[in-house]
Design a protein around this ligand. Structure first.
Ligand code: NAD
Ligand code: TDX
Length: 342
């Protein structure tokens, strides 16, 4: 029999890709998307699956205990995958409060519901940022699952706090948890505040491309579908109580990514503008994915050279999606779709 899976944050970038991945790959499962629809959540992203009989969308805050408990009582989920989070480092530097609330307390509320009603697996979607950063002049160093937690931004501190709480609920209450710590994702439906979509959209408008500092900071990029496949494997075959790093050994300096985007779009590199650096800017992320490859046979399928072409093509072919975001119109979508249904 199929499983019932609650996917929190499923109207965001990775969560929506995960919803599509699960509906395609596990048609017998029932997928419930629980999402608050913050500025980063876009219900129109899910319009192609909204009418599927084995899909349900519920607008709710993961911090809202009554709403979360009510959903567990109705749906009796077997698995919870928690993507819901405030995810943008720059915003966490401006206003940390909501990061602590959603990323830590929201995680607690979700896990308390799992304890109260019983669950087969609670999976926490975490990030490589919990490990802090690596020096640029030590390409031999990588983050493994035993690298100490050492955070830089309020965002990464909130994600690390949540991870510690998840492991504490496993040890203290026996909650069957798992955690994935993935490197930077890119692909369709990424909100245009993040590096790759922001640069694509600015370049299309011949606007300046704002590179923080010297642009030499390194990120380790993974195509979003590969991340979804990794989580799929972990929730089904990953060991309870374990952390799995997810990444594809694809390190690139920011400036090289931006130049590549200029090249793909036929835009001049003179659009590149160096701006003030991010406060506390992490130098280099680099994941060692040996554990997930060894234990679960996971390997990334999309090479960066193909993935970036697919991503640029997606933004070119889906202008409506990001134009409604830039105009702010997408925030009226829920009202339009659901306003007269309640
Ligand atoms: P995103 O910002 O695109 O989406 C977040 C989603 O969560 C949105 O739909 C938003 O409406 C929802 N949400 C926010 N607060 C909520 C709340 N209180 N209750 C219910 N829903 C809420 O984020 P993303 O880039 O898709 O990241 C998803 C997860 O993956 C996050 O936990 C993030 O930390 C993690 N992660 C992201 C990356 C990356 O490169 N983007 C890499 C590693 C890990
Ligand atoms: O305008 C920009 N200019 C710029 O130089 C932006 C938005 C970013 N940058 C730099 C900062 C980073 O070094 O590009 C790099 C990538 O920045 P982001 O897209 O903001 O991602 P990052 O800070 O690396 O965090 C991402 O990966 C880990 C996600 O946003 C997190 O949610 C995830 O946990």
């Amino acid at each position: 029999m199929g499983k019932t899976i609650i996917v929190t944050g499923g109207a965001g970038f990775i969560g929506s890709n995960f919803v599509f991945h699960m509906l395609d790959g596990h048609p017998d499962d029932r997928i419930i998307c629980l999402d608050k629809l913050t500025y980063a959540g876009n219900l129109s992203t899910l319009c192609s699956v909204m009418d599927r009989p084995n899909f349900r969308f519920v607008k709710a805050d993961i911090c809202d205990r009554n709403a979360v408990n009510g959903l567990f009582e109705e749906e009796h989920p077997d698995i919870v995958v928690n993507f819901a989070a405030e995810s943008h480092v720059d915003r966490s530097i401006e206003d940390p409060g909501v990061f602590l609330r959603t990323n830590i307390l929201g995680t607690q509320v979700m896990m308390d519901a799992c304890r109260k009603y019983g669950i087969e697996r609670y999976h926490q979607v975490s990030t490589d940022e919990v490990y802090g950063d690596l020096p640029l002049d030590r390409p031999d160093l990588f983050f493994t699952e035993t690298t100490p937690i050492h955070t830089s931004s309020p965002y990464s501190a909130s994600k690390a706090s949540a991870d510690l709480l998840v492991l504490a609920y496993h040890r203290t209450f026996g909650l069957p948890v798992s955690i994935s710590r993935c490197s930077n994702n890119y692909g369709p439906y990424q909100f245009p505040e993040k590096l790759i979509p922001l640069m694509i959209i600015n370049a299309l408008h011949d606007k300046p491309l704002p590179v923080y500092g010297d642009g030499l900071n390194v990120r380790d990029w993974l195509y979003v579908e590969d991340h979804c496949e990794a989580i799929d494997r972990i929730i089904h075959d990953g060991r309870v109580g374990e952390v799995y790093n997810v990444g594809g050994h694809n390190e690139m300096a920011n400036i090289d990514i931006v130049k590549l985007i200029c090249h793909e779009l036929g835009k001049p590199e003179s659009l590149i503008t160096h701006v003030a650096d991010r406060k506390g800017h992490d130098l280099r992320y680099a994941i060692d994915p040996a554990k997930i490859s060894r234990e679960l046979g996971w390997l990334p399928k999309t090479k960066f050279s193909d993935g970036i072409k697919k991503t640029v093509a997606w933004y070119l072919n889906n202008r409506d999606w990001w134009e409604t975001i830039i105009s702010g119109e997408y925030q009226n979508y829920y009202e339009k779709m659901y306003g007269n249904r309640v």
